[in-house]
Design a protein around this ligand. Sequence first.
Ligand code: CU
Length: 454
Amino acid sequence: MFSRRGFLGTAALVSASAIQGRVQAASIPEAPHMDKAAMQPPQHPISGPDYRPVVTLNGWTLPFRMNGDWKEFHLVAEPVVREFAEGMKVNLWGYNGQSPGPTIEAVEGDKVRIFVTNRLPEHTTVHWHGMIVPSGMDGVGGLTQPHVKPGKTFVYEFEMKKSGTFMYHPHSDEMVQMAMGMMGMVVVHPRDMSFRPVDRDFVFIMSTYLIDPGTYLPKVNEMTDFNMWTWNSRVFPGIDPLPVRLNDKVRVRMGNLSMTNHPIHLHGHSFAVTCTDGGWIPETAQYPEATADVPVGAVRVFDVLADNPGDWAFHCHKSHHTMNAMGHDMRNMIGVSKKDLAKAVGKLAPDAMAMGSTGMAMGEMEMPTPDNTLPMMTGSGQFGPIEMGGMFTVMKIREGLARDDYRDPGPYKHSNGTVAYEVDAPATEPVRPGPSTNKPPEHNHGGSMKGMKM
Ligand SMILES: [Cu+2]
């Protein structure tokens, strides 16, 4: 039964622990900063239960410090310059020097204290997508907390209730701040290390931007018509490959905070989606796939046994998403002869290029582009131009890689007789039915109109 004495006792206890929390929080840990857009080595735990750490494509894991039994992290929201690939830098907003922000890694049951300092010109918050936190720690500006004003630091404190793969992003001027690249991933390892262990664990987040060729700033009001399709704010050939040792069990964790879904396809293997931002999928509910669609505002994680050595394309299957800034209003000119047109245009504009009458393969063409703009399709492999951009990279499965070795092993050495090859003989014309048997019937519009009842 409710008693006044009991109530007072509880209230006193609560405020004592709240005050204690505030005292501890008074000392803000230093904020690590990253100046590179290259995959940093996995960060093995400095205390607490052991786990196999993730690596973030073109990214890093946020170091933490222990304070009593709390893991303390410090995120700094700030303007950053992010290189999308060599030859293109973009002014974004992010965390601790990069966009996306660093991956936050912890273990189920951990108590975490995450300091967020705002060095943006406007207010912000951080929302913990998919995580089970107290309502007041959910980071929805105005609804669950005041917005964090420029120059201020807020603290989020909660327990990592469940393991899995989650995301963080602002819930404060959300459209602008996410369109400027403010996001990151949270990986919570199971406390029981025997739960679905893997040998390699990769993580990345997908975001999209509209950046006019020759400019440096995304157009944040765009909702559908983007031209830069990124994994961790990188595009091919700037996206790190995924080096994997033959027969490794591999986990790939993919978040999507863009405005459309991305069907992500891995060549040469089948896999199962094992986890979403809602939690682990029971084995009885998994099924084999070669493409995993990652919906908007969601996480999909797949586990794959890398038992097929080689260089395996790994990419979004929307073909426009494996292109860089492209002219979407270009006409399809396949089959149109543009020889005369090109001559006429060439006199007026010597830099103009008539293209597309036999397709748009442009791997071997040199095309003038404005500064700070990547070719629409680019990159090369051991056999020639790859003609990709955007959300494309390669899983490189090799024998004998060392456990924590994530360096690019170079192109795959195919064994004799296992590469598609050219046949040195003319191809015979296929037998097609002759014109007499292919004559349109009389009543058809393609035939004579004579005798038709109008
Ligand atoms: Cu896509």
